[in-house]
Design a protein. Sequence first.
Length: 286
Amino acid sequence: MRHIFILSLGAALATGTLANAQENPTRKAGTVNSKGISIIPEAKDFAIGVDATPFLSYFGNVFSTSGNPAPVFSGFNGALYGKYFLSDKCAVRVKLNLHLNTTQESATVRDDQRFMTNPLDVNATTVDYLDTRSSTFDLRLGYEMRRGYGRLQGFYGGEVLIGRSRTKSDYTYGNEMTGLNQAPTSNWGTGTERPVASKSAANLRIGLGGFAGVEYFFTPKIAIGGELGLAFYTNGSFNFGQTTSESFNPATNSVQTQTHRISQRATNATGVQTLTTGNIFLTFHF
């Protein structure tokens, strides 16, 4: 009886241990810390990530001993990531590259009104401005599969991508176009006609791609990693750019505006492109 009791107790303990292992598949060597907290992502986890390359480049320059002036952080221009884990080994993901940029160009010109009043006035100047806004986004939707041991996890999968870019410009002139000054001094245009606004054709990119990379979880649910992708895409302009100009119409004694197409045809192209789609990134899981 004593032997039967010991064997029964051992079987019960073994069964309990097996059941606990099945209910807690992440409790494998290297996947939990000393407090029993899972290090790697699990089913139903969300993840957000950010491209760390701009920050690492900045801090690398800060601690550089090259003697160059202290660097200035000019803003973030990288990718944002999002994931949802369908299971411990697969996830759906989205990645967004968004770049919005505004630049202003200014140049002095003769102030026509002050010059006509006093041709010897050396301060008879005014300023023309050109404001340019560019926008680019690249959206990728993908399916990710994972494998690995402990803190080091590899991943791979496929994705679809769509991207769009466009540029717009606005002109502001110091000399107004009027009936008394039908050809004002300007930095842009021919004098009798000058641009007031323009926009490029919208460039569209769509395609399919694959990716592969690695992550290292240096603390529970926070990883640093890198990624490389291969994409097949089609790229082209699906509409026409245009420019709007102004000129003075003596018949109506007023300023009139006209809009013209910049090009006479849209273009498209296809190709295979190898690109780093993640560089170095940080990912946070919760």
